[in-house]
Design a binder for this molecule. Structure first.
Ligand code: GDP
Length: 453
């Protein structure tokens, strides 16, 4: 994809995952898609746009290799907007490879990762946020992630940006007109009016930028480190949260020496749970290394869950842990609540939940508290989310330029200067949807796709 602008050749790839399966799909896109595919097939009826056809896959001497269902999409009504042919045969790697090699021998080129989607983008069928959503949808590990990606693929982010951009263009046009026709006595916009208009554009954009704290977590998940003194019940709580017996639970303090990690879904958000070695002074070398590692993990995790034994009096070690995490998202689980009615917990304003890893009481509350730690805002289903850093950076750059434009307007600086900032905002918004995005960045985005998409 050295030159994303020139793409009029025909590409081919296996679009189903590697390995054997019931069905495997070879996809062709480009002007020769049909001409390349047809000699490989014995069709009972000729290909027709958007209709599935039964066909036999044949070898070079006309012998049958397989049966397939072939679908032809005529340009521009296809995923890429080009002619597309999809051959769905049985999922045998040998056969799929054969088909791809035959297509290449007949003039097709092996598609690069993401090239089908890139063609859809370059043809204007998808904007960049939608193309990114295709990749996110494929990568989704929970249904919630898939839903958010599907909304973005449906254009939720683009729809949110469009009216903001329209308002900006109207303002730019009004300022330009004031400059162009200054001698003709056209009224120029008063400074107050300009700042008002800029504020109106800034508000929804600022709200959109705030969605990134949640959007990032939905897409990438977060890490939760479970820390605490030996025997407080960390491994037991870990197992409760993952609903399986993965971490070793024993009655001897100091057994969880290695880190045990597990990815789980909390209300559709992927969480990497890390069960750490108990925090305490130790003379055992292996355990000391484990404890050092725990402190490291604690410093890096998005949220820390400190597990405290509710049956024991408050321990200085726990208090020290709380004191060391004043600026970090921290939750405290007062565990073994089944053993005591007067659970002892350290004096702290941090959220504290009484749990019993043994009976399961308090686990629902713990899950909810973990989620509220990672994001104070859980947007409604209709809200578009910024889900990756590229999108956030574009919105943030637009906001910076808006702030500068507003300042310039308030200071009654010549409109030419305000316009410079407004054009900068426009460029930033355009880079969000991909209307103006450098080839290097495009290459980076599409190269992360799998082949065949
Ligand atoms: P860790 O060292 O902090 O990981 O603690 P473990 O999860 O290995 O638990 C230590 C001991 O406490 C084990 O015998 C557990 O069965 C017990 N335990 C853990 N949580 C609870 C709880 O909520 N109630 C009761 N009664 N026992 C628990």
């Amino acid at each position: 994809m050295s030159d994303p602008e020139i793409q009029n050749d025909t590409i081919v790839a296996i679009s189903t995952p590697p390995g054997r399966g019931g069905i495997g799909i070879v996809r062709l896109s480009g002007p020769e898609a049909r001409a390349i595919a047809e000699p490989l097939l014995r069709l009972r009826n000729p290909l027709a746009p958007a209709q599935a056809r039964y066909a036999e896959v044949i070898d070079t001497i006309g012998e049958t290799l397989d049966e397939a269902v072939v679908t032809y999409f005529a340009a521009p009504a296809s995923y890429t907007t080009e002619d597309v042919v999809e051959i769905a045969s049985h999922g045998s790697p040998v056969l799929l490879d054969y088909l791809v090699r035959q297509c290449i021998a007949r003039g097709a080129r092996l598609a690069e990762p993401g090239e089908f989607t890139q063609r859809a983008f370059l043809a204007g069928r998808l904007d960049l946020t939608q193309a990114e959503a295709v990749s996110d949808l494929i990568e989704a590990s929970t249904l919630h992630q898939a839903r958010i990606a599907a909304q973005q693929l449906g254009g939720s982010l683009s729809r949110q940006i469009a009216p903001i951009k329209d308002q900006l263009i109207t303002l730019i046009a009004a300022l330009e007109a004031g400059i162009d026709f200054a001698e003709d006595d056209i009224d120029t916009l008063p400074a107050q009016e300009i700042t008002n208009q800029i504020s109106k554009i800034q508000a929804p954009l600022t709200a959109l930028e705030r969605t990134f704290s949640y959007g990032r977590i939905v897409r990438d998940g977060f890490t939760l480190a479970i820390v605490g003194r030996p025997n407080a019940g960390k491994s037991s709580l870990f197992n409760r949260l993952i609903e399986r017996d993965r971490a070793i639970v024993t009655a001897t303090p100091g057994t969880t020496r290695d880190l045990v990690t597990e990815r789980v879904s909390l209300n559709g958000i992927p969480v990497e749970l890390i069960d750490t070695a108990g925090l305490r002074q130790s003379t055992d070398e292996a355990e000391t290394i484990g404890i050092a590692k725990s402190r490291e993990i604690m410093a890096e995790a998005d949220v820390v869950l400190l597990v405290i034994d509710a049956t024991a009096p408050p321990h200085p070690e726990d208090e020290a842990t709380i004191a060391s995490l004043t600026t970090r998202p921290l939750l405290i689980a007062c565990n073994k609540s089944d053993l005591t009615t007067t659970s002892s917990s350290p004096k702290t304003s941090r959220p504290t939940i009484e749990t019993s890893a043994l009976t399961g009481s308090g686990i629902l509350e713990l899950r909810a508290a973990i989620l509220s730690q990672i994001s104070s805002t859980t947007p409604t289903a209709e809200t578009a989310l910024l889900t990756n850093l590229r999108q956030q950076q574009a919105v943030s750059a637009a906001l910076t330029s808006f702030a500068q434009a507003r300042q310039a307007a308030a200071a009654e600086i010549p409109h030419e200067m305000i316009l410079l900032d407004l054009y900068e905002s426009l460029r930033a918004l355009d880079s969000l949807t991909g209307a103006t995005t450098s080839d290097d960045i495009l290459h980076l985005i599409f190269s992360k796709f799998c082949i065949g998409k």
